[in-house]
Design a protein around this ligand. Structure first.
Ligand SMILES: NC(=O)c1ccc[n+]([C@@H]2O[C@H](COP(=O)([O-])OP(=O)(O)OC[C@H]3O[C@@H](n4cnc5c(N)ncnc54)[C@H](O)[C@@H]3O)[C@@H](O)[C@H]2O)c1
Length: 327
């Protein structure tokens, strides 16, 4: 049985991927400092509580077992916070990954799947976005992800470390059995905010209704977290089978607007969403939608769950866990 180390595996996307990796026959070892992650989300798996910035602990973990591959989710991931405190983002996301890669080089672990993001593309003018688009992030968060992608490229050249960098669009939904889901301390993602507005009787802010889109609100590519999890399994197998390094988009190629998400949430929950239209937010592109042909071609992957499943699974999770894991 092959062993995978999963930094950040107690977080939202990580915990769903741990389940998918285990279902595919991998032995999963989660390494997480629980700054955002939840012990409960990985209660059936080995969890080492540790920080990527703790080089000695990391070294000890790599030396104490044979690790066949790494699936790396550990990062700070809030665009707004990164604008206010870029150095914290460089420290955690870039220096943390530098430690991880140094340990991999020292212990000759050669395969890594690294969570990247569509934020590396910046303010794109055309959609769908493919991987040949210029990567020009417009915030420190995206910059740190691109810096790691570039660090990986040079680690491949110098140390033969092979990588896949999935660039996710908007992760959403939850495990369909309702056991795990999305629970960020500071929630900025639309779907949890829509459901919170319903459950707490709050008013949702829709930032801008005068974009050049079909209904004036921003359009994003929402991808089910379990589809993302399946893609990581395929990406790891691809590397273990000798595949070459690449960055690859993960999305659905389908864009939903903010108003369409509100409508879909009302249909899934049978309840009404109170919202108000607020001014546009600086730096919000009108449309971000992925071209996922490369993922289909190289990984044999495409998203199989649609918006209906995303909304139904997310509703089930939020309705049953209005206070997240803590509740
Ligand atoms: N959620 C999305 O829509 C989305 C989109 C694109 C990319 N991503 C990327 O995917 C990854 C996972 O996102 P998520 O939404 O699951 O976030 P998350 O915050 O739920 O998960 C990140 C996990 O990493 C852990 N962590 C952070 N810094 C660490 C450190 N220094 N040492 C050890 N553990 C650490 C946290 O405790 C948390 O469990 C992130 O790298 C994020 O940048 C997410």
């Amino acid at each position: 049985m092959k062993t995978v180390l999963i930094p950040g595996g107690a977080g939202y996307i990580g915990s769903h991927t741990v389940r998918a990796l285990a279902d595919a026959g991998f032995n999963c070892v989660v390494y997480d400092n629980l700054s955002e992650g939840h012990r409960e989300a990985v209660k059936d798996f080995e969890l080492i509580e540790g920080d990527l910035l703790d080089f000695e602990k990391l070294t000890q973990v790599f030396k104490s077992r044979k690790i066949d591959g790494v699936v790396h989710f550990a990062a700070f991931a809030l665009v707004g916070v990164s604008m206010k405190d870029p150095l914290a983002y460089y420290r955690n996301n870039v220096i943390g990954t530098h430690n991880l890669l140094t340990t991999m080089v020292n212990t000759e672990v050669k395969n890594i799947v690294f969570s990247s993001t569509c934020a590396v593309y910046g303010d794109v003018k055309n959609v769908p976005i493919n991987e040949s688009f210029l990567a020009e992030p417009c915030n420190p968060y995206g910059e740190t992800k691109l810096a790691v992608e570039r660090m990986l490229k040079w680690c491949d050249a110098a140390h033969n470390i092979k990588y896949v960098c999935p660039r996710y669009f908007n992760a959403a939904g939850a495990m369909s059995d309702g056991s795990i889901g999305e629970d960020h301390k500071l929630e900025t993602h639309l779907i949890p905010l829509v459901y919170r507005a319903i459950l707490k009787n709050e008013t949702l802010s829709v930032f801008g209704n005068d974009y050049q889109t079909r209904d004036g609100s921003c359009i994003r590519d929402y991808i089910h977290v379990c589809d993302l999890a399946d893609a990581h399994v395929k990406a790891l197998k691809f590397l273990l089978d000798g595949g070459s390094s690449m960055s690859v988009n993960l999305g659905t190629e389908y864009g939903a607007s903010v108003f369409e998400i509100i409508k879909a949430a009302e249909q899934a929950s049978g309840m009404v969403v109170n919202y108000t239209v607020a001014p546009r937010r600086a730096g919000d592109p009108p449309i971000l939608v992925a071209d996922t042909s490369l993922a289909k071609e190289k990984l044999g992957w495409n998203a199989v769950r649609g918006l209906k499943e995303i909304m139904a699974d997310a509703w089930q999770w939020h309705k049953n866990h209005p206070k997240g894991y803590g509740g």
